[in-house]
Design a protein around this ligand. Structure first.
Ligand SMILES: [Zn+2]
Length: 446
């Protein structure tokens, strides 16, 4: 048994002062203010706020390789589609070892910034020529192993990708993403779901309606686990779906039976009329990726969607990895759109804005990955982050408001996943080696 004594803990009931949080066998046993527990297993965290670990619900870890290499040159004059050409060059260049090194860097940055769980939307399956590896799941295992090497919990969302767009065959630079049948994808998800590590889960990810033929959707909808898809990220993709199927991408997915409370609609930046009703009615989640959407010039999720749907967060292309910032921009971008304050909190939500922001980064993100983590309560996995409120930027702030409105990765002191410490004093034990390996790869391929 392990006992944590921070100065504050954020629980579903609110902030507890001087709490005692007990952990056992990877889970939270309890959290109370009733007693102090002196002894050798006690870890005191004075000045720290203990929170559930952050959940990064949408990641393409390999894209960390070209951070800083597309913001200032080629893509600077372009848009999502020109950025995608740069991304394809990197996706086509990485061998399995290089992919592992870049993924470890992305996942290292996540855990050191307070993330304990990632939803990895994984679409590199084949070799650069489009041939299946001897182990067809080789690259999925490379990504899973990279997450586990830094101690991160992972849901591998195995992507289905079959075409370049309606009526268009895959382009050569998309050969690594290819699946030939829905059955091939479902079989891969089933194999990955049998992973022996309890910190590893799998789910299904029809990449987008531009990449998956409508005829595949009914078979994919037979899957009864977590399903995520890019939805309405770009106006051109919505228009192409209207032309091909006569409805919006979300409506097409819903009509096939894919939009349920297990569904994560990534982006939904351009919902069509009725889409928000469909998603909210099904209990699905919008996975918003604010810094990527800004970096690509995509646009903003409409205010109504922010208010009415479950919200989770992703750092997606990893232009930055800072879930604290992603979380508060849910509200700040809403204010910029609405020209008023307090935008995302529904009128019947008594917990307040700070809690709504932090829930998107924790419990609601976990739920959309099928995880039981994301809250400090008895029985939940002990995925936790302690942030130091001694920073000058937190001076005078109430703890919960400090976490929601001012926190950044530099405040992270300690991180635990399944009760195991993975970050101490803000650093992972393998930090230097992971960074050096990745920098060598990035210099070679980008
Ligand atoms: Zn994405």
């Amino acid at each position: 048994m392990k006992i944590l004594q921070p100065s504050w803990a954020w629980t579903p009931e609110g902030i507890l002062e001087d709490p005692v949080v007990t952990l056992d066998d990877g889970y939270i046993l309890g959290c109370s203010t009733s007693a102090r527990h002196p002894g050798e297993h006690v870890e005191r965290l004075p000045g720290c706020l203990l929170l559930p670990g952050l959940v990064n619900a949408h990641s393409h870890a390999f894209q960390r390789a070209f951070r800083g290499h597309v913001q200032n040159r080629d893509a600077a004059r372009g848009d999502f589609w020109t950025w995608r050409e740069a991304m394809y060059r990197v996706a086509g260049a990485l061998d399995p070892d290089q992919l592992g090194a870049v993924c470890r860097l992305a996942f290292l940055e996540m855990v050191e910034s307070g993330v304990t769980e990632v939803g990895e939307f994984h679409y590199l399956h084949r070799d650069p020529a489009g041939r299946v590896y001897a182990d067809p799941d080789l690259l999925a295992h490379v990504v899973i192993d990279a997450a586990r090497a830094v101690g991160l919990r992972i849901t591998l969302l195995r992507v289905a990708y079959h075409r370049a767009g309606p009526g268009e065959a895959l382009r050569p630079e998309q050969a690594r993403f290819r699946a030939d049948t829905p059955d091939e994808v479902l079989a891969a998800v089933a194999r990955l779901s049998a992973h022996p590590d309890p910190h590893v889960r799998a789910g299904l990810a029809p990449h987008s309606i531009r990449a998956v033929p409508p005829a595949w959707l009914p078979e994919l909808a037979t899957y009864d686990g977590i399903v995520h898809a890019h939805v309405a990220e770009q106006p051109a993709e919505v228009a192409a779906c209207e032309r091909e199927s006569g409805c919006s991408p979300l409506r097409l997915l819903a009509d096939a039976g894919l939009v349920t409370d297990r569904f994560g609609a990534v982006h939904l930046t351009f919902p069509s009329p009725g889409d928000v009703d469909v998603l909210a009615g099904a209990g699905g989640t919008i996975v918003v990726c604010p810094t990527t959407e800004l970096d690509l010039g995509d646009g903003f999720l409409p205010v109504e969607a922010r208010q009415r749907c479950n919200l989770a967060l992703g750092s997606d292309s990893h232009a930055t990895i800072d879930l604290w910032h992603e979380a508060r921009t849910l509200e700040l971008h809403g204010r910029a759109l609405a020209n008023r304050r307090h935008v995302i909190t529904p009128p019947d939500d008594d917990a307040g804005l700070a809690a709504r922001i932090l829930r998107a980064a924790t419990a609601d993100g976990a739920r959309c990955l099928g995880s039981r983590a994301g809250e400090i309560r008895a029985g939940a996995p002990a995925d936790l982050v302690a942030i130091d409120l001694g920073d000058v930027a937190a001076a005078g702030m109430p703890p919960l408001e400090a976490a929601a409105f001012a926190a950044h990765p530099g405040w992270v002191r300690r991180v635990w996943v399944g009760g195991e410490p993975v970050v101490r004093d803000g650093r992972h034990a393998d930090h230097d080696r992971i960074v050096a390996d990745a920098v060598r790869v990035i210099r070679a391929v980008v």
